[in-house]
Design a binder for this molecule. Structure first.
Ligand code: NAD
Length: 335
């Protein structure tokens, strides 16, 4: 029996998480789901977006399965996603983008893993105004040797353990000579320890162009926090959008699994949300928990349903009459 903290989240979160939990339970894996609140739902209930009970639950279980959380833009509470990544030092964010037969996209046969440093850089939240008038603002990016080394090493180990051939490190060291420069220097040192894996380094703007013009040259990409956030949406776009991209946040002793997409308030409560990304996040969680057989079976059932294209949400097939619930039922029937 595994103990997992379950945060259903905001907007479309509860509907897609209910489907994902039902599918995982139907696979036969024994999970004791400990439900906890976070985000807007928690803020409305307890006056805090991350109640102590939720942190106590994650402290105990060390594995969390989380739906998307709404974050107010430009004001209000800080992103809970960022806070959780920092509190549990979830330094590696793995975001795979793969082509699907059943999803319309501009390219075929894409298989790119973005590995993003998740705790440093411009997302540390070190922001403030420099003047009383609030007309000059400053944001600090912090890059450390330790943080750079462990994420690039994670990327090379991931490549080695998953039969991958190449790691591309993305940076902006031509302009950001200290921060991005340190990341690149450390990256080169780590790469030298893995001669069996091809190493490439690319400036971030060139990477964006190459990803759009010739994405098949990419295999594993490793990069700093904000670049990774942006690049992984770009790779999502190459394979048909955010509805199909899961994300794992991995630390030394804690891991949190979620979709890359947000709470999609525009379609919340309409049975329209595609549950595939959180289902795949569940698959990544089962792999992490050592439940490889169940993970493979769920992935195969999901692929069958998505590729058949009848019982899928409208973002995958606009003429489909199925919604979130029906897609979940079809996957369970396949299982
Ligand atoms: P979003 O990802 O929620 O939505 C972008 C677009 O994609 C919308 O049109 C939406 O309908 C669509 N979409 C997203 N997920 C979908 C799904 N599963 N099925 C079908 N369509 C889907 O991004 P946003 O609108 O910029 O953000 C909304 C809220 O989510 C914000 O408060 C933001 O901060 C938050 N957010 C949270 C996370 C997270 O919890 N990890 C990640 C990104 C954004």
């Amino acid at each position: 029996m595994h103990n997992v903290t379950l945060i259903k989240g905001d907007g479309i979160g509860p509907s897609i998480m209910d489907v994902a939990v039902k599918i995982i339970d139907a696979s036969g894996v024994k999970i004791n789901w400990e439900e906890a609140d976070a985000g807007m739902a928690a803020y409305d209930k307890y006056g805090t977006a991350i109640p102590d009970q939720t942190l106590i639950s994650i402290d105990k279980n060390r594995v969390a399965f989380k739906g998307p959380l709404t974050t107010p833009v430009g004001k209000g509470f800080r992103s809970i996603n960022v806070a959780l990544r920092q509190k549990y030092d979830l330094y590696a964010n793995i975001r795979p983008a793969r082509s699907w037969k059943g999803a319309q996209s501009k390219f075929e046969d894409i298989d790119i893993i973005v590995i993003r440093e998740n705790t440093e850089g411009l997302y540390m939240g070190l922001e403030h105004y420099l003047t009383k008038e609030k007309d000059v603002a400053e944001s600090l990016a912090v890059i450390t040797r330790k943080g750079s080394e462990r994420i690039v090493d994670y990327a090379f180990k991931y490549a080695r353990d998953n039969g991958r051939k190449k790691v591309t490190l993305c940076h902006k060291a031509n302009i950001l000579k200290y921060t991005s420069g340190l990341f690149l220097d450390v990256g080169r040192e780590v790469a030298a320890r893995y001669p069996e894996i091809e190493f490439d380094e690319k400036i971030i703007d060139a990477t964006c162009m190459h990803l759009v013009m010739d994405p098949h040259q990419f295999d594993v990409i490793v990069t700093t926090n904000m670049f990774g956030d942006i690049l992984s949406d770009l790779t999502a776009g190459l394979v048909g959008g955010l509805g199909l991209i899961p994300g794992a946040n991995i630390g030394e002793d804690t891991a949190l699994f979620e979709a890359v997409h947000g709470s999609a308030p525009d379609i919340a409560g309409k049975n329209l949300a595609n549950p595939a990304a959180v289902i795949m996040a569940g698959v990544m969680m089962l792999q992490y928990l050592g439940e490889r057989d169940a993970a493979n079976r769920i992935q195969a059932a999901l692929e069958k349903v998505v590729n058949a294209g009848d019982n899928v949400t409208p973002d995958l097939n606009p003429s489909s009459r199925a919604g979130t619930i029906e897609m979940g039922e079809a996957i369970i029937a396949e299982l």
